[in-house]
Design a protein around this ligand. Structure first.
Ligand code: HEM
Length: 480
């Protein structure tokens, strides 16, 4: 990272505001609280030859792993200078994050029995993403048998995320890492390449919707007094989320730090899911279902927005309440409180299902999302290309956060974030009813202008790989 300050004359001096303590953390790895935010990313799933090889490799990675303070300083500098000059500044940085699966921790631990005992309460982490697949509705072609990699089945011990501003910088870093792999006998099980889409699709996912807008604001990390709606908490009048929801060792929403052994402090649990998207399939189904609405039929654009909860440019269907932050397509200051029947934002909408906002326990089910698309954009002539989202999220409880959102909200036709009593079906973007599950996946939507229809669609997002891993603090990495 360059050291020259690009802060323009007259730009706000961030030092004048109280510095939230977690911004300065050199213990918490980057990407948990401070996003890597890069256009070029590689996800490397590796396997250790034995404990010594794994520990040797980790000691090399330790020298290259990025910490919160460095990533956040860069992100601050970058966004201040972009705001001042209206374009992306030329400062660059390459980031690395390392996480270990349960099997990986056992490999490198000097006392594996103690690790087993310590982690026994973390059931889903111990089982691994493949062990939990059936419960999350990953069956049929989304079942682990079809995955490119999985926590256990392909023996993944560690996940390395490398993030850079250019293809060249990424390749260079990966070359160094590959050298460390071979000198420690570490094998590459699989690699995925994340790339932000370009042109009009920049910042959007493959179905065409702007992504990465709504994130939880975190106490002691985000400033309460800065106007930054995308990264502040998204409920008007609500407080920032406690840091213990995302990092071990801090107070969580329950009032206490999450129960965990000390060596987990300043670490976080990571979910990586390779989610393949069938873009032509989605487009066709949305068009077909929109035409079925009565009395007149609605446009495919409107139905798509209803199923996501935002239009393609990010504008939410819900009305914002704060006149200042409520401006612009990335608005995030709304709730669904006055829309019990889902006439503005249908109850089946992806963003309503995954963060019901005014619904009371929402804050205990938040996740920090850090995804990036993979594969080429859909052009009309490449329907079969493998494309989708490298979905990544962090939290301190897999069961209460990621798995709960997927299982109890997205996949559950009985979950009624509204009050209409009409069948909401499942989340049409990521929801799936597991084999033998009950309830109809179809969603009955009634809009405020009286248009009404029952949306019946297949699944256009398939799971093609998944890993649960632990992203340790720098001290814990050092002690391994
Ligand atoms: C928000 C797309 C997978 C949880 C969004 C948004 C889009 C989107 C377009 C709105 C923009 C934003 O607020 O950032 C997708 C696609 C997926 C996918 C295309 C799969 C290919 C998932 C999964 C989960 C999830 C697997 C969790 C189980 C969320 C959450 C939000 C969100 C929590 C923020 C909602 C809010 O606070 O308003 N997603 N998503 N998404 N998604 Fe997804």
């Amino acid at each position: 990272m360059t050291t020259t300050s690009l802060r323009p004359t007259g730009a706000p001096e961030i030092e004048q505001l109280p510095e939230p303590p977690l911004r300065r953390s050199r213990e918490i790895q980057g990407n948990i609280l401070a996003a890597f935010n890069k256009d070029y990313m590689a996800f490397r799933y590796v396997r250790f030859p034995d404990g010594a090889g794994g520990r040797g490799w980790l000691s090399v990675m330790l020298n290259t792993v990025s910490v919160t303070a460095t990533v956040e300083d860069f992100n601050e500098e970058f966004s201040l200078s972009r705001r001042a000059y209206g374009q992306d500044p030329s400062i660059t940085a390459t980031w690395v994050g390392v996480s270990l699966t349960f099997q990986g921790l056992l490999q490198v631990a000097r006392e594996p029995e103690k690790v087993k005992q310590d982690l026994a309460p973390f059931g889903s982490f111990v089982k691994g993403a493949d062990g939990r697949a059936a419960d999350l509705g990953d069956d049929g072609t989304s079942a682990p048998d079809h995955w490119h990699f999985g926590s256990d089945r392909s023996g993944v011990h560690a996940v390395l995320i490398v993030a850079a501003d250019t293809e060249e910088a990424l390749t260079e870093k990966l070359r160094n890492i590959a050298a460390a792999d071979s000198s420690h006998g570490v094998t590459l099980v699989h690699q995925d390449d994340g790339r932000t889409l370009t042109g009009d699709l920049r910042g959007h996912e493959h179905f065409g919707y702007k992504d990465g807008i709504s994130q939880p604001g975190v106490k002691d990390f985000h400033r309460e007094d800065r106007e930054n709606p995308g990264f502040r908490d998204n409920r008007p009048g609500s407080t920032l989320v406690e840091p213990g929801e995302f990092v071990f060792g801090y107070k969580s929403e329950s009032g206490e730090p999450p129960e965990a052994p000390k060596w987990l402090d300043n670490g976080s649990l990571q979910v990586v899911r390779r989610l393949r998207q069938d873009v032509p399939g989605w487009n066709e189904a949305v068009k077909r279902e929109a035409a079925k609405f009565r009395p007149h039929g609605i446009s495919a654009d409107l139905l798509g927005a209803c199923l996501v909860g935002r239009k393609k440019d990010g504008t939410p269907l819900a009305q914002g309440e704060n006149p200042v932050v409520g401006v612009g397509p990335e608005r995030n200051d709304f709730t669904y409180e006055n829309d019990g029947q889902g006439k503005q934002t249908p109850c089946a909408a992806h963003i309503r299902r995954t963060t019901p906002r005014h619904f009371e326990p929402t804050q205990q089910h938040r996740i920090m999302r850090r995804g990036i698309p993979y594969g080429p954009a859909y052009t009309g002539s490449n329907p079969e290309a493998d494309r989708g989202l490298m979905f990544v999220c962090y939290g301190t409880s897999l069961e209460r956060q990621f798995e709960f959102v997927q299982r109890a909200w997205s996949n559950n036709p009985g979950f009624l974030p509204g009050t209409s009593g009409a069948p909401n079906g499942i989340d049409k973007v990521t929801g799936t009813i597991r084999q033998g599950g009950s309830g109809s996946p179809d969603a009955h939507i009634v809009l405020s202008d009286g248009e009404e229809g029952t949306v019946s669609m297949d699944r256009f997002v398939q799971t093609t790989g998944a890993v649960y891993a632990f992203t340790p603090s720098i001290s814990t990495l050092r002690r391994l």
